[in-house]
Every structure is written in structure tokens, then in C-alpha cells.
Design a protein around this ligand. Structure first.
Ligand SMILES: C[S@@+](CC[C@H](N)C(=O)[O-])C[C@H]1O[C@@H](n2cnc3c(N)ncnc32)[C@H](O)[C@@H]1O
Length: 348
């Protein structure tokens, strides 16, 4: 006699992860003030990624770290310098140059490259992980992300750079939530050769002073974590300044709107009517201004408002030297919260 077997329903891992990572949004969200995720909500989000990671590891114990990442989040390493083809090959250089020229760029750019999107020629930007991996130098001994969550960016960087070349490198994940730190340590333990350290980090009371004792070049980056804190403490940059060795910093943060003086003035004045008017238009589908929509989004969630002013002050004081800025170059999760790249070195 045939026995009825219950079919095991596999939960779609990716969908669940996205739910855990997504910000505060809900279908009924108000147009007016919301707020950045609370620590409790972020803890819950990372706890759910952690339990997924444990389930995946239990079900697929032989999988490589990269397979785990591909399932938990996109493994976004991308092609190495996709613009090279247009520099090297005469026959395609003309079209490649024209595509970039419309946006004031050239094929020498190195960050943007010629692409096609929906039957239109458009520039596209290389993956942030690839960008960071190109900044790892032979003398790099420390790579740190602060506000690192479960350090998925650091793991991707480690995969891009490889175990052989990572022998002298410590990968540091500075994170505010305990669940983010625990999840990161669990995943890092799968990769014996990776020298990974996690530590508590808070943008309001930063302490990375231990880096001053480290020899060699340090690469520090942030990705959509400064966004969560309305006013970060500039002390972070003082501590980086105190480090005697070379320090490279890269931010991927939705702060491009902060370069528009009027938007900054309105935000400083907490001009509710001004931002509500932008929000009303955005909710109706208005796409006239990336900056205005992003400024509204930042205002309604009380997202960061002081990163660019701090960096401008440091640059004026010759404390940092700008290497590359690309405002609003991509919007992976939400077009109202687009990433800007800001890359600089501390002057020594
Ligand atoms: C959107 S997640 C980004 C995580 C990670 N950087 C990434 O790209 O996947 C925002 C992160 O900022 C962290 N965060 C929130 N408030 C913070 C604070 N005051 N100091 C440091 N990190 C904070 C959260 O815990 C969370 O890990």
C-alpha cells in the first residue's frame, strides 16, 4: 500500500533574506515622518539572516563561502574593468566614447563603462566590491567596514581578493548589533584561512583607535550604514587622522543630495512643508529630480545629514585628499535612496 508522504516545502531563501534586510517600509507607510530602523528592528533583521545562514550550512555543509553568499545575498563582484575593451579596441571605441560623452565621461573613466539598458545606450558603474578590491595594495594589512551588518561586503571582498593574497590582511567588521556580529563570526568560521575580527561600533561614539597600532596600509569603507544615523560623530575622522600609516576611505552612502545647498538648508530647518510637497509629488511618480526625492526620503526617515559637510571641512583643511566622487551612481534596493561613491585618502 502506498503511503502518503508529506511534500517538504522549501522556503525561498532569497525572498526571506530580502525581507529581513529591507528597511522600515510597509505598504501603509505614511508620507510624513518615519524613522530609521531601531536597533531592535535591525537586531531582528540580522537574527533572521543568521538563522537562514545556519539552516543553509546545516543543509549544505560542503558548500564554499561563495555559495553561501550567493544564496544569502547577491555575490556582486562583477567583471574586472569592463571599460578596458573600449580603450583597447579601436573598432568599438567610437561608440563607447559617445555613450559616456553624453554624461561628461570618457572611456578612461575606470568606474563608469558603456552599456545597453532596455535598448538604450547608457553608462553603467562597476560593482562596489570590484571597486574596493582594486584599492587593496601590496602593503594593505587591514580592511575594515564600519556599520558592517553581518559583513557580507567583507566576505565578498575576501572572495574577490582570494586567500593567497589575504594572508597578511585582517578583515575587520565593526557593527552596532550583536546579531550582526554573531552572524558574521559564524560565517567567518567557515573560512579557516580568513583572518576576520568583529567588534562593536557605534557612529555616535566611535572607537577605532586600536587601528593606530596596525602597520601598513588600511582600507576602510562604509555602505549604507552612515545613512542610518542622522548626525555621525566627527571623532571617527579624528581617529583616522591619528593613524600614522596610509589610510584609504570609501563611502557608498545615499548622501548625494547633501551637495545641494537649498536641500541642506531646508533639512537643517526641518522644513516639513517643503519636504512634504516633494514627497507628495514623488508618491505620485514624479521623477524630475533624483536629489530632491532622495532628500525627502532622508528627511522622512531622519537619515544622515552631516557626512558631506564633515568631508568638505576635512578637505578644506587639507586633512583628506579626494580621489573620486560619483554622486547617485546606483540604486540597488530603492531608487529613492541612491548610493554615492566618495573615495579619499588621509594626507600624511
Ligand atoms: C542597511 S544596513 C547595511 C549593512 C552593511 N553595511 C551592508 O552594506 O550590507 C545598516 C547597518 O547600519 C548599522 N547601524 C545602525 N545604526 C548604527 C550606529 N549608530 N552605528 C553603527 N552602525 C549602525 C545597522 O546595525 C546595520 O548593520
Amino acid at each position: 500500500m502506498a503511503t502518503k508522504t508529506k511534500k517538504k516545502i522549501e522556503k525561498p531563501v532569497v525572498q526571506e533574506t530580502a525581507t529581513a534586510i529591507e528597511a522600515e517600509s510597509s505598504p501603509t507607510e505614511a508620507l510624513t515622518m518615519g524613522r530609521a530602523r531601531s536597533k531592535e528592528s535591525q537586531e531582528k533583521g540580522w537574527a533572521s539572516v543568521f538563522s537562514l545562514a545556519k539552516r543553509l550550512v546545516a543543509a549544505r555543509p560542503d558548500d564554499h563561502l561563495s555559495s553561501l553568499l550567493a544564496d544569502l545575498r547577491e555575490l556582486n563582484i562583477g567583471r574586472k574593468d569592463p571599460g578596458r575593451y573600449y580603450r583597447a579596441k579601436e573598432m568599438v571605441r567610437g561608440v563607447g566614447s559617445s555613450i559616456l560623452k553624453r554624461d561628461g565621461m570618457t572611456v578612461e573613466d575606470g568606474f563608469y563603462y558603456p552599456d545597453v539598458v532596455n535598448s538604450q545606450y547608457r553608462p553603467n558603474a562597476i560593482s562596489p566590491i570590484r571597486y574596493l578590491s582594486q584599492l587593496i595594495r601590496p602593503d594593505t594589512t587591514g580592511i575594515m567596514e564600519v556599520g558592517s551588518g553581518w559583513s557580507s561586503n567583507l566576505f565578498q571582498l575576501y572572495i574577490a581578493h582570494g586567500a593567497t593574497r589575504s594572508k597578511k590582511i585582517i578583515y575587520y567588521g565593526g557593527e552596532y548589533t550583536g546579531e550582526g556580529q554573531r552572524c558574521a563570526k559564524f560565517i567567518a568560521a567557515r573560512e579557516e584561512k580568513m583572518n576576520y575580527r568583529s567588534f562593536f561600533f557605534d557612529y555616535r561614539a566611535p572607537d577605532i583607535s586600536f587601528l593606530a597600532r596596525q602597520r601598513g596600509h588600511i582600507l576602510l569603507f562604509t555602505s549604507h550604514s552612515i545613512e542610518q544615523v542622522d548626525m555621525i560623530n566627527p571623532e571617527l575622522f579624528e581617529q583616522l587622522r591619528e593613524i600614522p600609516n596610509p589610510v584609504t576611505v570609501v563611502h557608498f552612502e545615499p548622501v548625494g543630495w547633501q551637495r545641494v545647498p537649498e536641500l541642506m538648508q531646508r533639512r537643517e530647518a526641518n522644513d516639513k512643508d517643503f519636504f512634504e510637497a516633494i514627497g507628495t509629488r514623488a508618491v505620485a511618480g514624479n521623477i524630475d529630480s533624483v536629489s530632491e526625492n532622495a532628500a525627502w526620503w532622508s528627511w522622512r526617515l531622519q537619515y544622515n545629514m552631516n557626512l558631506l559637510p564633515i568631508l568638505e571641512r576635512l578637505q578644506r583643511g587639507n586633512v583628506i585628499r579626494n580621489v573620486r566622487t560619483a554622486y547617485d551612481f546606483v540604486a540597488n534596493a530603492n531608487v529613492l535612496n541612491p548610493s554615492s561613491l566618495i573615495h579619499y585618502e588621509f594626507v600624511r
